[in-house]
Design a protein around this ligand. Sequence first.
Ligand code: NAD
Length: 261
Amino acid sequence: MAIITGSSSGIGAAVAAEMAREGAIVVVNYPNDREIEMAGKVLNDIKASGGNGILQRADVSKEDEVINMFAAVIRQFGTVDILVNNAGIQKDAPFEQMTLADWNLVMNVNLTGQFLCAREAIREFLRRGIVPERSRAAGKIICMSSVHQVIPWAGHVNYATSKGGIMLLMKSLAQEFAPKKIRINSIAPGAIKTNINRSAWDTPEAESKLLELIPYARVGIPEDIGRTAVWLASDESDYVTGATIFVDGGMTLFPGFSTNG
Ligand code: NAD
């Protein structure tokens, strides 16, 4: 049983599809009624490919909604094995024009949302412990970070700060819960073609400018992240905890220095 937050589109949808393909029952989480159709389509596609799952509405920035989501899933399926903390947003502005509302919105969804969901998941993992026939671990959490946990990003200070926060949220949790056999890791995507960054790749001019930042010379697709998430959630990665896997085509390799800087 895997909960994937913000899985009505983009990376979350691909993670849900890849996990369902590997046999997990997936919870396709969406934040509000405006996104129910998109979430429904994601789940229908999963079912059409032989997978199984449910829809669950919850705004990850709201404590009561997160608690209710976990309670509903545990009531229906007995437990939760995997949490993918994926929901995230951008609300960009030049720093001097950034409102407190812009700042709070991004922090609340991207960082507090990961805290709230991780806390509920860990409570359940601690309650249940290891079930050897399911996994060597008592539970797995995958945090969707970004290359911007290490690359500063002018004009996106709220977003980059939230991702830097996720890095130490993840590492501190990994340290705290490794003795309980709970594994917590991050994926740091580079540029992946989704709605969050559409203007950066949806014209040939924009895409070729973006490619200047990507040594591997292609923009990523959501499935690149989905496959990494499956590996991190599986026993194949049983000795991996507290790690960030950069899935970025080399974006963090300082490509500006490839021709002598
Ligand atoms: P996206 O906009 O397609 O997906 C974001 C999802 O989060 C949507 O399904 C949205 O409904 C959901 N969401 C937003 N607010 C929510 C809330 N309060 N509660 C629950 N769900 C909520 O964009 P994406 O690229 O798929 O983004 C997914 C994650 O990947 C984000 O955390 C983003 O920061 C991260 N990421 C994306 C890229 C990229 O290039 N696309 C790069 C680095 C990191």
